[in-house]
Design a protein around this ligand. Structure first.
Ligand code: B12
Ligand code: SF4
Length: 443
């Protein structure tokens, strides 16, 4: 079958926030490339990709582009913040071509499963790890069978949405074919802020996270058990990309530094195969030490992202981050002395937080003097523990497009009105930038 996979445009979500420069970063739709290679290799399908985010398409242009590829099936990926956009695109496709089955997948669908089928334009939902469920679903669509036996999907049985049981995760990630890098022009993705003019790619070397942070949506797709691609697989993947002229990478693993032995093997492979990599990766402040930082640096690590989230030990407990501020200071010092840039992210407006707490976090974040800082507003996601903190009055028929981390706040916390947090978020960036300017100006 001809399958068209769509990365929806998210510009329409972000353009209202002035601190964002979406054009500075274009991210390769890694998830669609993973799905594409799997359904091609294991299902014999012919896949076309549309990256409407990269092309900055409107919703209408996205729907038109999908229809023009002549698909038998259209698949769209969705996070929570863009689900309204995804549903609108599906509606536009259906208006013109009601005969094309529409399949949704992605982190939001993993969280809400069959709930999304209340929208008539959506025919199937794939939740959790997508590859094997999708290929089986496509086989049943192709043969006209009801997919009642396909694990990991939801479908409509007459008018009733039905959710099948979840699927076991793929035991050995090395069993997955390499992502289809040519689904899109992989040399046309940039992160001007980190990687400059040269193309870069995002990719992941593991799936899953063993921690329990209450705001995090990772587990809804991947669960707590961490599965790793082997270092050999990862290094081969990087070598393939290097052969295409791509040497800049952003590893989007939940915690790239979780397993030190494996990390060292990947770093060694990067050096031995002369990949000449420059990369950015994620870490936790309790998973970095001098030796790891040194390996990372030698392999080309330019920047590490640390989720710190709060300067209040009490809030760190509330959100179950399982770190303390001494570890934060230690990790930043280690990265800096290894010559690696630091990117730290913080959350303001955690459950039960006071204004004093918000100020404390902003001050700490700036004082720690990272190279890049990110301030998000606490946002409960469906499928996570934090969802319980949401104003119950808002939960019924909730408008997911309100869940943005920037410019909106949906917790019921009388101490912290949304306008206050939104202003503090903006001002925190300004204060951080002002300090950076002042440091630069110093002789
Ligand atoms: C890289 C990344 C980003 C990048 C790029 C995102 C992208 N679209 O590629 C950037 C920085 C832009 C980003 C931004 C945001 N992100 Co983000 N991001 C990630 C991260 C770390 C890795 C994503 C990834 O590539 N994973 C690997 C791929 C293979 O996994 P996947 O996308 O889930 O795809 C699999 C399945 O979901 C499924 N699938 C996916 N799509 C489809 C489609 C079909 C048709 C089918 C059948 C199956 C299917 O099959 C795939 C293979 O198994 C994840 C965390 C994580 N562990 O996944 C968070 C994550 C996806 N992000 C998240 C969030 C909240 C955000 C932001 C809101 C953050 C912010 N403060 O702005 C924005 C929203 C962006 C948007 N436009 O929606 C949440 C999403 C939760 C949710 N319920 O939606 C996650 C899970 C992080 C978390 N810990 O909570 N993100
Ligand atoms: S925030 Fe990071 S460490 Fe915490 S559960 Fe999510 S992925 Fe794991």
């Amino acid at each position: 079958m001809r399958v068209t996979l769509v990365q929806p445009p998210s510009n329409s979500v972000y353009k209202q926030y002035k601190s964002f420069n979406r054009r500075a970063i274009k991210r390769f739709p890694f998830n669609l490339a993973c799905l594409a290679s799997y359904i091609t290799e294991r299902g014999g399908h012919k896949v076309t990709g549309i990256d409407a985010d990269h092309s900055e398409y409107s919703l209408e242009e996205t729907a038109r582009a999908a229809i023009e590829t002549g698909p038998d099936v259209v698949g769209l990926t969705s996070t929570t913040g863009i689900i309204d956009i995804v549903i609108a695109i599906a509606g536009l496709i259906k208006e013109e071509r009601p005969d094309i089955p529409i399949v949704l997948g992605g982190p939001h669908i993993s969280a809400v499963r069959q709930e999304v089928l209340r929208h008539d334009s959506i025919d199937f939902a794939v939740f959790g790890e997508g590859e094997a469920s999708f290929v089986e679903l496509l086989a049943s669509i192709e043969t006209g069978r009801t997919p009642s036996g396909v694990a990991g999907i939801a479908y409509r049985d007459g008018a009733t949405p039905r959710g099948n049981p979840a699927r076991e995760h793929i035991a050995d990630l090395d069993d997955l074919p390499m992502p289809m890098w040519d689904l899109f022009d992989c040399t046309d993705y940039h992160d001007f802020l980190i990687h400059g003019e040269d193309p870069y790619i995002i990719l992941t070397t593991s799936r899953g996270c063993p921690y329990d942070c209450i705001y995090c949506g990772s587990k809804t797709t991947w669960g707590k058990k961490v599965r790793y691609y082997s270092p050999e697989y990862v290094v081969q993947e990087l070598a393939d990309l290097a052969a295409r002229g791509i040497h800049n990478f952003t590893f989007v693993d939940d915690t790239f530094t979780l397993n030190k032995r494996r990390l060292k093997a990947i770093c060694r492979g990067i050096i031995d195969r002369d990949i000449r990599a420059t990369f950015m990766c994620s870490s936790r402040v309790d998973t970095i030490d001098e030796e790891t930082a040194d390996f990372l640096k030698r392999a080309g690590c330019k920047m590490i992202t640390f989720g710190v989230e709060s300067a209040s030990e009490k809030m760190l407990k509330v959100i179950k981050k399982q770190i303390d501020l001494d570890q934060v200071k230690g990790a930043l010092a280690i990265a800096k002395s290894a010559g690696i840039l630091t990117h730290t992210s913080y959350i303001i407006g955690c459950p039960g937080e006071t204004r004093e707490g918000v100020e404390e976090t902003i001050d700490f974040a700036i004082e720690m003097d990272p190279d890049v800082v990110q301030f998000s507003i606490f946002t409960p996601l469906p499928g996570t523990e934090s969802w319980d903190y949401m104003d119950p009055a808002l939960k019924e028929n909730f408008d997911y497009s309100k869940l943005h981390w920037y410019g909106s706040y949906v917790l019921n916390n009388p101490e912290l009105p949304a306008e206050y947090l939104i202003e503090r978020q903006q001002k925190a960036y300004e204060a951080f930038n002002a300090r950076k300017e002042a440091t630069r100006a110093r002789p």
